[in-house]
Design a protein around this ligand. Structure first.
Ligand code: G
Ligand code: G
Ligand code: NA
Length: 254
């Protein structure tokens, strides 16, 4: 298809069509920005803005995800690694496809960190819960090796898959990201509030940090802070923005 041809060109040529946007992550207690999440964007001159749900899945099917993922990792580490806010370094969250987790991954990550002079503890790798369902030994071993390096591993979209509890036992999870579908109902749906509360308790009982996604209102923020959720991201603070606008976006969060 045209989209396949164009994606291959976008990934393999230095076309500038694929770029990273960054969304600030805020500590709910201090109100300070502590990290940024890198999110890939594809602007095509004819196809327009192709959503990442579409082009990441296509890159996976086409065998291009490794190349795309390596670029994302390197770029995010260079961009965000150089960022400081009021003298503080910010952590860097990068989404990984499960297809990027194999025996080459550890050296790829180590080299990317070394090139930019970034400590492993500043990097967080996010893997979606649904991808972890396959439960492959190579994925477990790779995440364990990354965790041994000091890289943090987050389980993304927590609660939307079918293996949440199993994944917590099986993988070296440092952080749980609560999916925005559960946040949307805060203040309206007691079930959503109960789910958020339960996930925060569950996370704390396995010593995991919780990050909540999709925070849009002050009411949601207040509720999540009160139940002990650690960090948040969402339109309340900032949408994902291009690197040039990130310092301004970070300043406006606090
Ligand atoms: O913010 P946005 O709606 O564009 O992101 C949609 C999804 O696309 C996110 O859930 C995220 O997991 C995924 N995504 C965004 N960028 C990347 C990336 O660089 N690599 C991978 N594997 N997934 C990404
Ligand atoms: O990786 P992940 O699945 O978390 O992707 C985050 C997605 O959520 C991105 O597409 C991003 O643009 C989007 N997003 C970020 N903040 C908000 C928000 O507050 N509300 C909504 N509806 N979407 C958000
Ligand atoms: Na993510």
């Amino acid at each position: 298809t045209m989209m396949e041809t164009e994606l291959r060109a976008g990934v393999t040529e230095a076309s500038d069509q694929i770029v990273l946007h960054y969304q600030p992550v805020v500590d709910l207690t201090t109100g300070q920005v502590v990290a940024v999440e890198a999110l890939a964007r594809w602007h095509h001159p004819v196809l327009g803005e192709v959503p990442p749900s579409q082009f990441i899945a296509l890159a996976e099917r086409m065998g291009l995800i490794r190349q795309l993922g390596d670029w994302v990792l390197d770029q995010a580490i260079q961009d965000a690694g150089a960022l400081t806010h009021e003298g503080r370094e910010l952590d860097i969250a990068v989404n990984f496809s499960v297809l990027q987790l194999d025996k080459r991954t550890v050296s790829t990550v180590q080299e990317a960190l070394a090139r930019a002079g970034i400590r492993p503890g500043r990097l967080m790798i996010e893997v979606t819960e649904s991808a972890l369902v396959q439960d492959e030994d190579v994925v477990v071993r790779t995440l364990e090796a990354l965790a041994d390096l000091g890289v943090r591993v987050a389980i993304d979209d927590f609660g939307t898959g079918y293996s949440s509890l199993h994944s917590l036992r099986r993988y070296p999870i440092d952080t749980i990201k609560i999916d925005r579908e559960f946040v949307a109902g805060i203040g309206r749906l007691v079930d959503d509030e109960a789910i958020c509360t339960s996930v925060v308790h569950l996370a704390s009982s396995v010593n995991a940090t919780t990050i909540v996604e999709g925070v849009e209102t002050v009411e949601q923020y207040a509720f999540l802070r009160a139940i002990g959720c650690h960090q948040g991201q969402g339109y309340l603070w900032s949408a994902p923005v291009p690197l040039e606008r990130l310092p301004e976006a970070i300043a406006s969060c606090e």
